[in-house]
Design a protein around this ligand. Sequence first.
Ligand code: ATP
Length: 893
Amino acid sequence: MSQKYYREKIDNIVKDFDTDLSQGLTQNAVEKKKEEYGKNKLSESRGVSFWQILLNQLKDLIIIILIIAAGLAFLIGDNLEGFAILAVIIFNTIIGFVTEYQAQKAVASLKNVLSKMALVLRSGTKKEIKAEELVPGDIIFIEEGDQIPADARLFESTNLTVNEASLTGESESVSKDAAANFEEEKTLAERTNMVYMGTTAARGKGKAIVTATAEKTEIGKIGEMLDETKEGKTPLEKRLDKLGKSLVKITLVVIAILTVLGIVMGRPVYETIKTGIALAIAAVPEGLPIIATITLAIGMQKMVRHKALVRELLAVETLGSVTTICTDKTGTITENQMTLKKIYLDNQEIEISGTGYQPEGDFSKAGDKIDLSKADDLKLTLKASLLCTSAELKQEDGEYTVLGEATEGALLTAGRKAGFSKAGLKEEGYQKLAEIPFSSEKMYMAVAYSTAENKEHLYLKGSPDVVLEMCNSILSGGEIKELTAAKKEEIKEENKKMGEEGLRILGVAFKTGENLNSEAEINNNIEEGLTFLALTAIIDPPRESVKKAIEETKKAGIKTKMITGDQMDTAAAIARMVGITGSDNVVSGQQISAASGSELKELIKSNSVFSRVTPENKLQIINALNQEKEITAMTGDGVNDAPALKKADIGVSMGKRGTSVAREASDMILLDDDFATIVTAVREGRVIFDNIQKFIYYLFSNNLSKIIYIFLGIIFNLPLPLIAMQILWINVVIDVFPALSLAWEQEEDKIMEERAKTERNIMDRSFKKKVAVHSIILAVGPMLLYVWALKSGYSLELSRTLSFSVLAFTQLFHVFNARRKSGIAFDKTVFENKYLWLAVGIGFIFQLAAIYLPALQGILSTVPVQASLWLPAAVAVVIPMAVIQIHNWKSYK
Ligand code: ATP
């Protein structure tokens, strides 16, 4: 058969793939097809190529400066130096390349932790499998928010619209229609009876036969990556670049002064060029990019261990600066383990026993067990709420789980407790005709059925206030009576009472009628009035972990706002239970919609609980918070939440619940859906923020001190105090390990108590000042020793070796000034970071080798230092350290 499935009849496709629309493929058939077609997986992403990453390394300003320096070294005949710089360039390129490549792979594989899933019908059972296990001929179910797992031909669709931007570039969603027939050739975008891998269902639902998998799919043919990687540099990289550039600028100024001075003082050209090379090398923080990437990657790994999957390296840093967390209620604050507890029929309150989805429990009224054979109203309510669901209950090894929404799981379980199931009702003759799927905007869902008696029934469930507005009658004692205003008030009162207990309440209604065969027909019929059946009250207890997490955010000065689609009383009750608020104040979605700019800001600033909120309101809230310069984390799970997730500084989606659209739009995925995980991630983010600041301080003060050191040499008209090879040695061998070890520095005391950092800038003014002052102090010690040694008549080589070592040791020990935010070197945490001690130990041994190992002496132009000179050297190391410590102590107090 041709590959043009959109022009084929469904029957032919079924035959072609040897499948069955109501049963799906058998396991045997699946196995065979797997051998023939392989896994439904596109080959490795071709995102950023090997060459691109390599070229990226060479484009770096740092490398360009080094290349010029190497060129100059060869020009003046200093081949050894030239080669050494070249070696550094190659080393840097390789390390830079490997880390970037690894980081990209790590990010890619982390993304895969959540493998894409697909709902499929096999041997008559609906189940969830990994999308890569799909084969052509499989029958798949498509629901709102799903990423389409393969190319497939629709044979059923209900208001299905699909976003095909990843394939066609068209950002508007397109309507799909299983019934569409095509005689002629059509473009991809016009094939409305097909769905394609990598696109997403924006609305509605459908069933389809898989026609192509893996490389055979349209997207596979194009060979493009599915998820767009963000181009451009991250803010942290930009900031580091900027800092690198300012160092280069300082160096250029120094080189200009040097040239002028050289001419005025008549210094030899050779010496001037050599100093220039040395300066250029001194200015370059060779290890910086690698250390930055590794620190963020370590943070990312740590967060995954705490069940927070960060999708962008950079978000790790932003997390530490979050000032407001906007969270939804259901599933994030609460357990999402729903159980139907009460049913309120006209004038009767019925209690249901049992927990979770185990279909065991009784119905009772005022403590007395109800005889179901005599309770028709209750049975109709249970049937109606069961028939009006899309979810399914699954039993595996005696454990019941829900495939679909937890709310619906509670209703299905309650139905089972009375002996009803969807399959059973189907056997009784209930045939589904059409449905209005649930949406957060409408807050209800309706399904029409035909019955064995050939009647048409409509069942509806949703938010009680919305449902009540649609009803004009009520079922009472088997009779349909008028729903009077007084009755409505009575029901609303009951709704409020149950809401105040933190119960999640749905209204259920029904009607018999005609012409209920499509969504449009249902819509027409709904307006004619429904019969109110009951209020169903579901318990969804708050998570254990949340209360503590909320306390922690309060101490940290982070505001928590609960933004829920649920109704006011339930929202307020849950918010009070976990300590988000102490008051009854709840702002409604309507109030948000009606508020003007400044009112809105005030409303959002002074409240913490928002109910009946639509995805659009969420976007309004985020915009207002952004204007207030809050740094926001916002959770979301629906397709329509994507814009708000993108707008938030940290968009947070759920690993268990929610749609893949929300996941793709988010920066962080909570693998356990738990609010407390956001707080843990913020905490980790703060540790990382601190550690980045620490190594930047360490590296930049070290580099700047070398520039100052050489500059002082020029001013005092001394022979070059440090040659390029020695600088390279310090930058590449001595500084890198201590800087890297800072990534393992433990959390600072009171990291959460400290007020949230509203200033996102790692390099604020006080930080820059500290770097400048400390660089000067670091340069003075070795310079004094150098001057002293020369004046005392020691040879130039020995004087240089001595001051080179003093500089190296000073910089090595400078890591103790950097390890704590207070700057205090020796406190009770000093032995916590063993990597730091290891790094210092290694550096110490290396530096001794640089002086006493003949092979290194040749390369580094060093000579052995006699023991008697170590005393003044030690003094030159200790004094600047002590001065910095005193400075830190003073500013700490
Ligand atoms: P949160 O926003 O905290 O996750 P939520 O689940 O209550 O809370 P929405 O999913 O926007 O938020 O639902 C809004 C309202 O619609 C709910 O409070 C409930 O009354 C109703 N509702 C939720 N799910 C369904 C459903 N499957 N069928 C009918 N009505 C529903």
